[in-house]
Ligand binder design. Structure first.
Ligand SMILES: *Cc1c(COP(=O)(O)O)cnc(C)c1O
Length: 406
């Protein structure tokens, strides 16, 4: 493991110096969006100032430079997740669009009565696209429940398969519970029943090494903005033979081979799925974010975040009325909680007055809230730049909140 100097790393994130409500910002909303290091902002800046031009169609130098910068990210992503080919890396607007692409395009190949398995802990972006497909195609959706600690009930998972099961779509890590799901095991089981697996990696990709081939992922989706990268860019990985068999998701420029009113042909992968001008500057700068993660070291980041998680959870246990949601043995650095009967929103407002940013509410996971019989939680989530001192300040603030609201 590389040496990890959090104080030095914090200097890469200028926003961490600002004050909120007169207090130093403590940013614990990383599961919603992480902050951006200077190098990534500079990559965006220098692209706007130095080589702004549309990609792919240009013979001129700026266009070629812009294209090369975007394609360099595609190669970097291929390495980062160990895909077999960069043709399997599709740029999207984010995880949400990536899953919508799979549901719309792969979904086009499904027949009425075909079954898709989801879990109760999914983000709305891995539920609603399948419900849209259900309306369009008459597919059936089955849902895997959880145990009280926030782990999936794998016995039920296995029992849901029938000869109509076509696809499982599951999060790698829950954005509410932090549960790390056994996706490789789930993929193997799906494959043994002739089904595919689509993995929502939005919460995993910045915190653990993803190897899509080792997992056996057929599709894997994630977002740049949760990985210290620019907003508005995401990735869909798909296995080549699947992507080749799937119809285009959107039509337009970039995705065609030849257009005529007698019939149009599609471009080769990956461009078949990239209609229109992409966010070529965001895509290019995403490489800088991935390089940054590699320089710091994903194992070192994961180790640091795990230390913060253990420290925070231990200290929070001493707060009267503390209720945790999600206590899986294999858990990412996300803590969802309620203090007694205090409303999550009130807790969030009081923390904000103390300069502490947490997320409150249903976290785009209303079925999961329903399973726990609650409306929402307070969620603290950690990134590489959070410190033990910040955790101590957060826990001290929670004590004050508990005294006021308890
Ligand atoms: C954030 C998140 C999403 C949605 O990502 P977008 O970047 O908003 O498209 C999907 N699933 C999980 C688990 C998430 O945490």
């Amino acid at each position: 493991m590389k040496t990890f100097d959090v104080d030095a790393l914090r200097k890469d994130f200028p926003i961490l110096d600002r004050k909120v409500n007169g207090r130093p910002l403590i940013y614990l909303d990383n599961a919603a969006s992480s902050q951006t290091p200077r190098a990534v902002v500079e990559a965006v800046d220098s692209a706007y100032y130095g080589r702004r031009a549309n990609v792919h169609r240009g013979v001129h130098t700026l266009s070629q430079e812009a294209t090369a910068a975007m394609e360099a990210t595609r190669s970097k992503v291929k390495e980062f997740i160990n895909a077999a080919s960069s043709d399997e890396i599709i740029f999207t607007r984010g995880t949400t669009e990536a899953i919508n692409l799979v549901a719309a395009s792969y979904g086009e190949l499904l027949e009425p009565g075909d079954e898709v398995i989801l879990t109760v802990m999914e983000h709305h972006s891995n539920i609603v696209p399948w419900q849209l497909l259900q309306r369009r195609k008459g597919i059936e959706i089955k849902v895997v429940p959880i145990h009280a600690d926030g782990t999936l009930d794998l016995n039920v998972y296995r029992s849901l398969f029938t000869d109509r099961t076509r696809l499982v779509s599951v999060c790698h890590v829950s954005n509410v519970l932090g549960t790390v799901n056994p996706v490789a095991e789930m993929a193997a089981y799906a494959h043994s029943h002739g089904a595919l697996i689509c993995i929502d990696g939005a919460q995993a990709s910045a915190h653990e090494r993803i190897d899509v081939q080792a997992i056996g992922a057929d599709f894997y989706a994630f977002s740049s903005h949760k990985m210290y990268g620019p907003t508005g860019i995401g990735i869909l990985y798909g296995r080549r033979e699947l992507l080749e068999a799937m119809p285009p998701y959107q039509g337009g420029g970039e995705m065609i081979g030849h257009v005529s009113f007698q019939g149009t042909t599609w471009a080769d992968l990956p461009y078949k799925f990239e209609a229109g001008t992409p966010d070529y500057i965001g895509a290019a700068a995403f490489r800088t974010a991935l390089d940054y993660i590699d320089t710091v070291g994903l194992d070192a980041i994961a180790g640091h975040e795990h230390d913060l998680l253990v420290h925070a959870a231990d200290a929070m246990l001493g707060i009267p009325g503390m209720r945790f949601f999600g206590t899986a043995p294999d858990k990412a650095a996300v803590i969802s909680f309620l203090i007694g009967d205090a409303h999550h929103y009130d807790t969030g407002i009081l923390l904000d007055q103390l300069g502490i940013a947490v997320r409150t509410g249903h976290h785009c996971a209303q079925p999961l809230m329903e399973a726990y019989g609650i409306e929402g939680t307070v969620r603290a989530s950690f990134a590489l730049y959070n410190t033990h001192a910040e955790v101590d300040a957060f826990v001290a603030a929670l004590r004050r909140v508990a005294a006021m609201l308890g």
